[in-house]
Design a protein around this ligand. Structure first.
Ligand SMILES: [Zn+2]
Ligand SMILES: [Zn+2]
Length: 175
């Protein structure tokens, strides 16, 4: 049996983790489970930016996979960055083990609008699938509704679906 491990980094709403655990197997046809690791988030904290280095968190995330681990999806509330970008919704290793997604900028509240739990779940699932898609070897896609379309703003996340387009789905089936 192999699993997509869902791993909380820092404090993460349990309901969101359970939602991902239920939803991800329907997309990737692989079982999913929640695992807990110890993270040292202080090591990747940048006080000047008040953000956390995404690539550093990814390295911690993939440091101790179990033999049954197929991919690892880290989920965090922390605000992520890499030096060339102001912020990231997530990051993944192309054809690698690890993928990471942040809820920080997926909340309506972040933009000064009333919170919407369903919308937050939906955005998180799309970005989680997107980053896992990279870990399964997919690159960005230009098909409008495809989940592998790149998103810079939450509005763009809302415009795409949770599904792969036909071409991306075929690549996933073969990986
Ligand atoms: Zn991407
Ligand atoms: Zn596509």
């Amino acid at each position: 049996m192999s699993y997509i491990d869902i791993v909380p980094i820092g404090e993460v709403d349990e309901a969101l983790l359970l939602f991902l655990r239920e939803s991800i197997p329907q997309i990737f046809k692989i079982q999913s489970r929640i695992r807990n690791f110890r993270f040292d988030v202080s090591r990747v904290y940048d006080p000047a930016r008040n953000q956390y280095n995404s690539s550093g968190l990814l390295l911690q995330l993939i440091s101790d996979p179990s033999p049954e681990t197929s991919k690892i999806l880290g989920v965090t509330e922390l605000d992520l960055f890499i030096p060339i970008f102001t912020f990231l919704f997530g990051e993944a290793q192309l054809n690698g083990l690890g993928a990471l997604v942040s809820t920080h900028r997926l909340h309506n509240q972040f933009y000064g609008i009333p919170e919407d739990k369903n919308l937050l779940q939906n955005r998180l699932l799309k970005e989680g699938i997107h980053e896992l898609g990279h870990a399964f070897g997919l690159i960005h896609c230009f098909t409008v509704k495809c989940v592998m379309k790149s998103s810079t703003y939450v509005e763009e996340i809302d415009q795409k679906s949770i599904n792969f387009c036909r071409v991306c789905q075929q690549k996933i089936n073969h990986s």
